[in-house]
Design a protein around this ligand. Structure first.
Ligand code: ADP
Ligand code: MG
Length: 316
């Protein structure tokens, strides 16, 4: 890709202070997301995907220590004070949170909740805000419009609530949006529907997106590039086709072999916890291709213009 990335991170790391010690949840993430593109972070639960997305939006709790740099349209946003940063959030950098159930206000109609984002960040005009909300609801395939906007969250299904959250995240036309696990907890039919609608919305608005998911099918449907995450690191990076059709890292191959259509061959063992990391390659205790080199050394991952499909593996 050419041009300035919309989002770029340099050696982004996050540590959490817990008790007298600390756990490192994210290690030296270096990625660029270009205008109108979707980068998908794919990996099992606990691999650091949400921690990465939350770092861009400064949504961490107080016990988090963020190191490294984040650039938005070339400006280093990690150098901004909270006062300087906060106006960007919601208006230019937006977020569709992981949990639809707990992220909507049960006491307000869904239309009102989406209107408020527009009125706060774009223009405090009630009528225009509602028009924008209805347009978005229509784009996201919500039924019974415009009356549905007066419904309360408890009147909607899980899939509809997910779509309301997508509408909330995008109603101020942000330049960049983090969409965290948009299909978690949905059945297969609703999942397909939400994926289709997000894809349509992303293309219509030409949004630049960080998509976070544990689900290979979601990555396959929506991503341009994929970063596979394991134990707080990116272990493989490349275009969607490169990563899914010719995976280089044994962990990525494991994720693909675990798919139902490939026979459900689960990866043996469990992800390590942040407080008890193996030495060397973090995947080595679970890796069918592990050699002494993988225990002694920690393979690097360098993503460059000339070599974009890369893996953190000595055998790749
Ligand atoms: N506030 C916190 N305090 C301590 N550890 C945390 C905190 N938030 C996340 N973590 C740890 O960071 C790691 C990555 O978490 P997360 O990014 O939520 O995973 P994912 O989104 O990939 O499922 C996990 O090991 C988790 O326990
Ligand atoms: Mg998460």
């Amino acid at each position: 890709m050419s041009g300035e990335p919309v989002i770029k991170t340099e050696d982004l790391s996050v540590e959490f202070q817990v008790g007298n010690g600390s756990v490192k949840a994210l290690h030296d993430i270096n990625v660029s997301i270009y205008d109108g593109e979707v980068l998908c972070l794919l990996g099992e639960s606990g691999s650091g995907k949400s921690v990465f997305g939350n770092s861009i939006l400064r949504l961490h709790p107080d016990n988090a220590l963020v190191k490294g740099k984040i650039f938005f349209n070339g400006q280093e946003i990690t150098a901004l004070s909270d006062k300087e940063f906060l106006p960007l959030r919601g208006a230019q950098l937006a977020w569709v949170p992981q949990s639809a159930a707990s992220s909507l206000n049960p006491l307000k109609s869904i239309g009102k909740q989406v209107d408020e984002v527009y009125r706060l960040h774009v223009e405090n005009d009630k009528k225009k805000a509602r028009e924008n909300t209805i347009d978005l609801f229509r784009l996201l395939g919500l039924p019974r419009l415009p009356e549905l906007a007066d419904d309360y969250p408890h009147e909607l299904s899980g899939g509809m609530k997910q779509r309301v959250l997508v509408a909330m995240g995008t109603s101020a036309f942000p330049k960049f949006i983090v969409v965290d696990e948009p299909t978690k907890g949905l059945d297969a039919v609703r999942k397909r529907e939400v994926i289709k609608r997000i894809g349509h919305m992303q293309k219509t608005h030409k949004s630049t997106m960080l998509l976070i998911t544990h689900d290979v099918a979601v990555a396959e449907s929506l991503a341009n590039d994929i970063g596979v995450m394991y134990a707080g690191e990116i272990v493989e990076y490349g275009s969607k086709d490169e990563v899914l059709n010719s995976p280089k890292h044994p962990y990525t191959r494991g994720l693909i072999n675990a798919l139902p259509q490939n026979g459900f061959h689960a990866i043996k063992g469990f992800s390590p916890s942040a407080s008890d990391m193996p030495t060397g390659c973090k995947f080595n205790p679970r890796c069918p291709e592990c050699t002494q080199e993988c225990i002694d050394g920690h393979p690097k991952l360098i993503i460059s213009e000339s070599e974009k499909h890369v893996a953190r593996c000595y055998h790749a």
